[in-house]
Design a protein around this ligand. Sequence first.
Ligand SMILES: C[S@@+](CC[C@H](N)C(=O)[O-])C[C@H]1O[C@@H](n2cnc3c(N)ncnc32)[C@H](O)[C@@H]1O
Length: 303
Amino acid sequence: MSTTPEFGSLRSDDDHWDIVSSVGYTALLVAGWRAVHARSPQPLVRDDYAQAFIAASQDPYLAEVLASPGTSEDQTAFPRLYGVQTRFFDDFFLAAGQAGVRQAVIVAAGLDSRAYRLDWPVGTTVFEIDLPKVLEFKSRVLAERGATPRARRIEVAADLRGEWSKPLEAAGFDVERPGAWSVEGILPYLTDDAQNTLFTLISGLSAPGSRVAVGALGTRLDHDQLEGLEAAHPGVNMSGSVDFSALTYEPESDPAAWLSSHGWAVEPIRNTLQLEAVYGMIPPEVDVKIDSFMRSQYITATR
Ligand SMILES: C[S@@+](CC[C@H](N)C(=O)[O-])C[C@H]1O[C@@H](n2cnc3c(N)ncnc32)[C@H](O)[C@@H]1O
């Protein structure tokens, strides 16, 4: 790659997408990495629906990745990273359920299939927020497969840059009861202001006992890091429709500090390498080009 485009240069305040364009494609991309992870010798999680999304999208790049995932450090790094991340959020929701929380909100749900995969306690409602075309694609593919959710699943088609709390409440979210929120794979796609709005609305909807898990993935990447990342993983860019630099902003925000100063008790933060150790994985030889992703922060907080 010769030049790195300006951060956010492909974005506007009210841009929209489907599953094969702009930010929507990133949901397909991470589903692809989860599908590859599921085939690894000792997967941390199995997302058997991920492969169905790739097939239905007919995306040639991801079809090729699935056909021949490769075994080099570069080729396995992202599937491994997303295995770790998926496990972190799976465990978060299961722990919240064990603690009695019966409302889950998956913010920027993309092709997250937790509503269909996890063993939710009886009486749980899972709300999934994303843009309409992303949710439509997911529902269509899963319905075609005859998949049934393992909790009451409610889609909330809304833009996280706007007043999404109203449609969430209209869909049945009860502000009097605690909720468990996942903020996964979304922060780099929001400006600092939009992130502030997101956490402010989450806090405003969170009764005592609520929990939030945040993956601060890819935040604080600078141009050099992104350039190295894309050079190391040319496929990420070669897909033609994903250019992380141009789709992401350069947020300065610090989610853990924000939560601490707004009434949340934040647990010790862990990064990808620390989680790998918790999950009993032998740490990879970390390629300096993806080092910043390996140091992504995983935050859990309770209200
Ligand atoms: C990288 S994907 C992550 C999807 C999912 N959380 C996961 O980890 O598999 C980013 C997702 O954020 C959604 N998203 C980004 N900005 C959004 C916005 N302003 N409103 C609603 N959804 C948004 C995209 O549509 C996409 O599904």
